[in-house]
Design a protein around this ligand. Structure first.
Ligand code: NDP
Ligand code: GDR
Length: 362
């Protein structure tokens, strides 16, 4: 009998890596995807299986975390052994602009899934993974952060995720659901959404290199993050659900770098050496060789409340799950730059052939 998994957020960065990982492990994978006016399955198109063929193991279902009856029906139909709740409005800055929707999807969405498990009598069968986040730590209470560090969320996103963290713990204690939180620190990849800072930087750097873009506008360069690779992190999600007892785990690399350091390293990957000049809003990143300004600050990218430093201690995951990250910070930056450089070269070709190319500053 194949194990059956439901992955919400399957069209996102982590959903794509996790679906592939589970298929390789022999699972039957069901993914929840939202209806959209454009195709939104780019990240998982390579996993597509024709439903008319035999031995299909990958299915997509239309759904939304704000729609209880839809979730109940899908869970009832597929009777999953494991649910990975990765769906979320996952952009911290956007959550300040859409706080109510963020709470609905990121907080109540989790409750809807847990309630579906409970009311359909699946508590003994269905294990539940909640995509919790280092954003829960928010305003720094302790460095490094462990499973025991106090939470202090600093955005509507993080507050919604705080609810999800605790409702998962509560359903574990109240109803014996095998519910677990992976408290994952930032993880990136070439599949990262273009408006998160790492991908925004690697895209811009490669486009600047090829003359497709003049400069990049960023917000807070001082913010420090513990950045790992998404493929390593989805393995941790799976390991968390394979343990004898449900528990919560920090997943992190144990290294932290500033946004400024990320920018410098990404530029150096394409042979450009950046020097910094000026302070705060006036700070600029200048090409040492040509004197051109390549990085400027735009206050619109600052957040009303910021998370200054994240640095995780994944000792518990190391000891109990046998998990450790494989990809280093340098390798991650290099890999993201390489993939974006290939994309930028394609765009350059299109431009030369007369197609329009967009510049992204978001
Ligand atoms: P993405 O933003 O790349 O993906 C989010 C996914 O959720 C997409 O598939 C999106 O669909 C879907 N989604 C959004 N809203 C809804 C909704 N209302 N109903 C159903 N689906 C919805 O995020 P990541 O893959 O980076 O992250 C996965 C999860 O892990 C998220 O919950 C995130 O908050 C959390 N997390 C991420 C970390 C990271 O560093 N990446 C760190 C810690 C936690 P669509 O494609 O249609 O937009
Ligand atoms: P984060 O990721 O908020 O940590 O949330 P993001 O990449 O958006 O920001 C990281 C840091 O960079 C600073 N920053 C900018 N950020 C963006 N997006 N754009 C900019 O131009 C810019 N300039 C500076 C930010 O202020 C911040 O300090 C991610 C998401 O994946 C969450 O879903 C997840 O929970 C956490 O990581 C862990």
């Amino acid at each position: 009998m194949k194990k059956v998994a439901l992955v919400t957020g399957v069209t996102g960065q982590d959903g794509a890596y996790l679906a592939e990982f589970l298929l390789n492990k022999g699972y039957q994978v069901h993914g929840l995807k939202r209806r959209s006016s454009l195709f939104n399955t780019d990240r998982i198109d390579h996993l597509y299986q024709d439903l008319h063929e035999e031995n299909v193991n990958f299915y997509l279902h239309y759904g939304d975390l704000t729609d209880s009856t839809n979730l109940i029906r899908i869970i009832w139909e597929i009777q999953p052994h494991e649910i990975y709740n990765l769906a979320a409005q996952s952009h911290v800055k956007v959550s300040f602009e859409t706080p109510e929707y963020t709470a609905n999807a990121d907080a109540l969405g989790t409750l809807r899934l847990l309630e579906a498990i409970r009311i359909m009598g699946l508590t003994a069968k269905t294990k539940f993974y909640q995509a919790s986040t280092s954003e829960l730590y928010g305003k720094v209470q302790e460095i490094p952060q462990t499973e025991k560090t106090q939470f202090y969320p600093r955005s509507p996103y993080a507050v919604a995720k705080l609810y999800s963290y605790w409702i998962t713990v509560n359903y574990r204690e109240a109803y014996n659901i095998f519910g677990c939180n992976g408290i994952l620190f930032n993880h990136e990849s070439p599949l990262r959404g273009e408006t998160f800072v790492t991908r925004k930087i690697t895209r811009a750097v490669t486009r600047i290199k090829l003359g497709l873009q003049e400069k990049i506008y960023l917000g807070n360069l001082d913010a420090k993050r513990d950045w790992g690779h998404a493929a390593d992190y989805v393995e941790a999600m799976w390991l968390i659900l394979q343990q004898e007892n449900p528990d919560d785990y920090v997943i992190a690399t144990g290294e932290t770098y500033s946004v400024r350091e990320f920018v410098k390293l990404a530029f150096s990957e394409v042979g450009i050496e950046i020097k910094w000049q000026g302070e705060r809003l006036e700070e600029k990143g200048i090409d040492r060789a040509t004197g051109r300004i390549l990085v400027e600050i735009d206050p619109k990218y600052f957040r009303p409340t910021e998370v200054d430093v994240l640095l995780g201690d994944a000792a518990k995951a190391r000891e109990r799950l046998g998990w450790k990250p494989k990809v280093s910070f340098r390798e991650l930056v290099k890999m993201m730059v390489e993939v974006d450089l290939a994309g930028a070269k394609k765009d350059l070709l299109c431009q030369r052939e007369g197609f329009k190319v967009n510049n992204y500053h978001e």
